[in-house]
Design a protein around this ligand. Structure first.
Ligand SMILES: O=C(O)CCC(=O)C(=O)O
Length: 261
């Protein structure tokens, strides 16, 4: 049987050159695919995954956890993105009712969350706008860090230290009592004060020291049960603060409180 042996030299055969060219093109294509895969991997690894160092804050009936969730650089980045994405309330939703009187709120507010959810506080019902990409990312980071799921976020924007929030408790019936309220701060650092319900005002029946914190940009404060039963919290005026701040309080609204359509 005759065996055909190809003895063509590597240099003088044009077919070999075109084969080489083909192999080179295939190699280039493979390298590009590998680079694309690496890029995808890099993007995937930007998913939130780093551990945080928790600090416990405790007093009679007060149970909070505080940690730096994001670096200052990350916090600044999210602040900028939220400045572009968040649409703040106007009209009735930008007001509060206290003892039947309607007031403008001394800050801007917005509410985002799962479809159909509403949240009523200070006499005004607010509907959830659909999650934005940045809010979803931060929500996911809070869930990965705390193991808790949230379906709603209240956003407060303070243009400077004149904007503030008065003493109140987050104890509305819509809130799942088993879920902590997770408060993420971006932008300027601000003081945050807890005051025990029995130690408020001149007529207070007990002397209990307020608990004062500074909420740093990138921080996460978890208000666990029963904090909001016994303690009021506020973000007081601080005239020396000239920079804006955004605060996000992630909450779990009970589903039987969903708006009926
Ligand atoms: O801006 C803050 O840190 C306070 C927010 C707050 O008290 C609330 O959302 O109930």
């Amino acid at each position: 049987m005759e065996t055909f042996v190809n003895k063509r030299s590597c240099t003088d055969n044009p077919l070999t050159r075109s084969q080489r060219k083909k192999i080179k093109l295939e190699n280039n294509e493979r390298i590009k695919q590998e680079e694309d895969a690496e890029e995808d991997e890099d993007e995937a690894s930007t998913e939130f995954s780093h551990p945080v160092h928790w600090q416990k804050i405790e007093a009679e009936g007060l149970d909070c956890d505080y940690a730096l969730l994001f670096s200052k650089k990350e916090a600044d980045h999210f602040f900028k993105l939220l400045e572009e994405e968040v649409v703040y309330s106007t009209g009735e939703e930008a007001k509060v009712q206290v003892f039947g009187k309607v007031y403008n709120i001394p800050r801007k507010q917005a509410t985002y969350g799962d479809a159909g959810l509403t949240y009523t506080y200070s006499g005004v019902t607010r509907s959830a706008c659909p999650w934005t990409p940045t809010l979803e990312y931060i929500q996911d980071a809070v869930t990965k860090t705390t193991g808790q799921t949230f379906n709603f976020v209240l956003i407060n924007r303070y243009k400077d230290g004149q904007d503030h929030m008065g003493e109140h408790r987050d104890d509305e019936k819509e809130l799942d009592p088993l879920c902590p309220i997770a408060s993420v701060s971006l932008g300027a650092a601000r003081d945050f004060i807890f005051r025990h319900r029995d130690a408020r005002g001149k007529q207070s029946c007990r002397q209990i020291e307020p608990v004062k914190l500074e909420l740093a940009p990138g921080s996460l404060l978890l208000m666990n049960q029963p904090t909001n039963t016994y303690w009021y919290h506020s973000l007081p005026v601080r005239k020396k603060v000239l920079q804006p701040r955004i605060n996000l309080t992630f909450r779990r609204i009970l589903l039987n409180c969903k708006k009926m359509s």
